[in-house]
Design a protein around this ligand. Structure first.
Ligand code: KIV
Ligand code: NA
Length: 273
């Protein structure tokens, strides 16, 4: 039987071949990505990307668990990490551990991820002490955009840069196996990658990070709203989907669809749909 890549395998890839990560939220997409990536993140971005919420604050633990289950069903090889949604871990280490346990028990995923640095070090340490691997996430923290007044790049001021180094070191010390660095000045992500002994996974960060991640819908050109500057579109599926819908609509209206291959004539014995 195939054995999944685990958090320990990811940790060992510090300063090695770059770690390939993408988000995934559904069974079919997990099936398509599993052969190509090292890690699939069931990001709380699912609340925006698939559910149309304005921010990731629309994600719930139930939502994360349902998508985590779908991605686990669709993958066999990738390390699967599920995001802890806002409101599920900030209050206390006990709250964080209870939520992490639910995610692991109900999905079977390998690890959880949560946002924050020194402010959530206690939570990370408690989850890790219980035997659950944790991925950190610092820099631009989408769960804090309302508080921060928008999506802003971090590490521009000396003070903020020092805070990012402090936070990255706190996450490592708390026992996280890797760290997502999102939306920072390039040199800050490069320097954090040099300082830390756990792999850094960049998004809008630096090519020097130990791995990279993007939101799947962004990188295949399916995102209908504005995409950030750090996204590279490797395909343009908006046009593919829209064109298919337009041709289908025309064929239904002209009765060209369904054709003879898509119906069951009374003379045929083949009844397998
Ligand atoms: O929710 C998400 O998609 C994420 C990644 C962008 C790192 O946290
Ligand atoms: Na997230």
């Amino acid at each position: 039987a195939d054995v999944r890549i685990g958090p320990d395998d990811i940790r060992r890839r510090k300063r090695g071949v770059p770690i390939v990560c993408l988000t995934a939220y559904t069974y079919p997409v997990a099936r398509l990505l599993d052969d190509h990536v090292d890690l699939l993140l069931v990001g709380d971005s699912v609340a925006m990307v698939l559910h149309g919420h304005k921010t990731t604050l629309g994600a719930s633990l139930e939502m994360m668990i349902a998508h985590g289950q779908a991605v686990m069903r669709g993958s066999a090889k990738a390390c699967v990490v599920v995001d802890m949604p806002a409101g599920s871990y900030e209050t206390s280490a006990a709250q964080a551990l209870a939520s992490a346990r639910r995610v692991i028990d109900e999905t079977g995923c390998q690890a959880v991820k949560l946002e924050g640095g020194i402010d959530v070090a206690e939570q990370i340490a408690a989850i890790v002490a219980a035997g659950i691997p944790v991925m950190g996430h610092i820099g631009l923290q989408p769960q804090s955009v309302e508080k921060d007044g928008g999506y802003k790049i971090k590490g521009r001021t000396e003070e903020n840069m020092v805070a990012l180094f402090r936070d990255g070191e706190a996450v490592e010390k708390a026992g996280a196996f890797s760290l997502v660095i999102e939306g920072t000045v390039e040199t800050v992500a490069t320097e954090l990658t040099r300082r830390l002994s756990i792999p850094t996974i960049g998004i809008g960060a630096s090519a020097d990070c130990d791995g990279q991640i993007l939101v799947i819908d962004d990188m295949v050109g399916l995102t209908v709203d504005r995409v950030p500057k750090f996204v590279k579109e490797y395909a343009e599926l908006r046009g593919v989907v829209s064109d298919a819908a337009a041709r289908y609509a025309a064929e239904v209206r002209s009765r060209a669809f369904p054709g003879p291959d898509h119906v069951f004539p009374s003379t045929s014995g083949k009844d397998k749909a």
